[in-house]
Design a protein around this ligand. Sequence first.
Ligand SMILES: Cc1cc2nc3c(=O)[nH]c(=O)nc-3n(C[C@H](O)[C@H](O)[C@H](O)COP(=O)(O)O)c2cc1C
Length: 393
Amino acid sequence: MAIRTVTDAIRYVGVDDNTLALFENQYPVQPMGVSYNSYVILDEKIAVMDSVDARAAEEWLSNVARVLEGRSPDYLVVTHMEPDHSGSLMRLAQKYPEMKIVGNAKTFTLIKQFFGTGAFSEDRMLEVGEGSTISLGSHRLRFLLAPMVHWPEVMAAYEEEEKILFSADAFGRFGSLERTVRAPWAPQARRYYYNIIGKYGAQVQALLKKISALEIKTICPLHGPMLTEDLGEYLRLYDLWAQWKPEEPEGILIAHASIHGNTAYASEALKSKLEGKGAQVTMCDLTTTDLSYAVTSAFYCGKLVLACSTYDGGLFPPMKAFLDHLQTKGFRNRRIGLMENGSWAPAAARLMRAKLEEMKDIHLYETVVSLRSALNQTSEAQMDALVAELCAE
Ligand SMILES: Cc1cc2nc3c(=O)[nH]c(=O)nc-3n(C[C@H](O)[C@H](O)[C@H](O)COP(=O)(O)O)c2cc1C
């Protein structure tokens, strides 16, 4: 990946990873890839902002060396210790033994856990806290602690001279810079947010409140593009996401998990009926859709219909996994209809309801569509009643 110029004094030295299959060993990142971002601020003193995944160490070290042009960095700022950003930290630290490591108290606890208690001598660890500053010359970094966005030691850094927010993982998105140069920010930022940061909406709101007092010209996140335009729109979306509010309050997601196809067929019939009433419907086959996309679609819409076959007295596993993931990510504040199928003792609706009742602010529609193997007159009448409820508001 080519080095990029952020401003005259600031360079992007991050690395694209276009070969990784699963980010965090669970989120597909093909074909879009992912980037591990890192920046260098060149002034009287030099700060390197974060390192990269160990997979990308060689390219990153070479990028850093090229922009340094023979100088040595004074600081490596560690905005958090997740290995996709700290995996090459020790390589840079060994190469430049005079360089100080900048972190907060929790950062150094994690550094010791990952790299051993003797990883750094005391004089190499420069501890900062909320509001601490480091002057580099004409540039000055001010630190804003952002605990649990989405690790405990996370901090952002605001560069006061050029009004740049180094936002750690906030505002990041999947997609390498090379492969997604023309892709809109929101779709992969939304999937990144809900799956990785989503549980910590309250902590994201706290960070948004802190940065609302700042004039920001550029946001430099740790994944995906540097953001220079439409910042108001990105902040608006983050504010919505952090409050678990749907982007399409009237949009309906039908998420189905069908063993032999009858529940899927009934879901298609439901979709036709809803569209006949002018509703905006998205379908998600949970047996073929990666969970990270299904979870994102669920958060996007204000209304859902969950349709599931009964399986050994329980939920068909793709629905069970979907509900587990939603719960983990703090899913709430949605209106939901249920459709079940069972050939001899349907239990799916009862089990889905029980799971949803553990979540906050879930409104369940009264009508439950209960299929016995296949759609028939009785279940179609239930479906019509559910359609009326879904379209009533
Ligand atoms: C392995 C297996 C276990 C099942 N367990 C139950 C069950 O416990 N209770 C029930 O009523 N139906 C059970 N069924 C029937 C499914 O719910 C059946 O596939 C469904 O009624 C038809 O819908 P589908 O074509 O969408 O899967 C089971 C089916 C399979 C293949």
